[in-house]
Design a protein around this ligand. Sequence first.
Ligand code: CO
Length: 303
Amino acid sequence: MFHCPARLHGPKQIFLLVFLLACAFPGTAFTSGDKTGILLVAFGTSVPEAATTLDHIRAAYEKAFPGCPVVMAYTSRIIRNKLDRGGIHVPSISEGLDQLAKNGALVVRVQSLHIMAGEEFAALARSLLLNIKGHPGRFRAVYLGRPLLESRADARAVARAVLGFHRKKGAAPEALILMGHGQEQGRADLIFEGARATFRENDPLVFMATVEGARTFDDMLKDLGQSHVKKVVLAPFMLVAGDHARNDLGGAEDDSWASRLKAAGYDVEIRLNGLGDVPGIDDIFIKHTKDSTDDLMLEPQKP
Ligand code: CO
C-alpha cells in the first residue's frame, strides 16, 4: 500500500482545499489578493450610437467590480480597422489581454457579450486558449463567462427584461417582432427556439426570426398573419442596434423587414434599442461573469 509522506501530504491537501474553495466560491478570486481584470468581448460595431450601448455595459461592470480594470475588445477585424481609420482604437482579444497584463491583472475574467453560444463564442474560447498557450505563466487564472442565453432561468430573465422594456400596460394589442442574428450552420438555432418559446409563454404577441438562422422572416410573417394585429413594433434581438438593425430590420430598402411588413399592410414602428440598452440585461451578463468557474488554464477535474 502506498503512503504519502506527511510532509508532502500536508501542502497538497492545503492546495486542494484552496482549489476547492476557489471553485466553489469564485467570488474569492476578487478578494484573494490577486488583482482581477475584466475583458468584455463583443463582435463590435462601427455605429457610434450602438457603441454607447457598449459603453453603458462597460460602466455597469466598473460599478459591479470596483477597482478592477475593465477592457472592452471587439472580435471583428473589419470593424476595428474601420474605427482605426477614424482614429478610434478598440483592442482585439489579444490586445485586451495585453492591456490587462500591463495593468497588473493576475486573474482575468473574460465575459462573452454574445447572445448565444454560437460560432462567435466558440471562436472566442479558441482565441483565449491559444493566447494562454502563447504566454505561459502570464496569468494565474482565466475564467470564461458564458453568453447571455445559457439556461431556462436566463431565457426567463431576458424575456422579463425585454417585455418590461417594450410593453406598455393598457396599450392596444400590438406585435413585438424581434430580429435575432442566427447562423447559416445552425449552431444557435436551438437556443433561439428555446428563447422564442419562453417569450411566447409570457406574451403570445412576440414574434421572432433571424437574419441568418433557420427561422426566417417568411416563417415569422406566416405566424404574424394568424394574430390579426395591425400594429407591429420592430426591435433587434442583438446586443446593439448596429448595421443589421439599421439596414436589414429598419432600413428604407424594399427588402428590409420594416419595408416588407409595410408592404404587407402593417403599421410599423422601429425601435433602435439593442438588448444592451434594456435594463436588467447587464445584470445577467454580470451574474455569468461572477458565476464562472471555467478556468481555461486548468484541466477539467472529473471525480
Ligand atoms: Co451579422
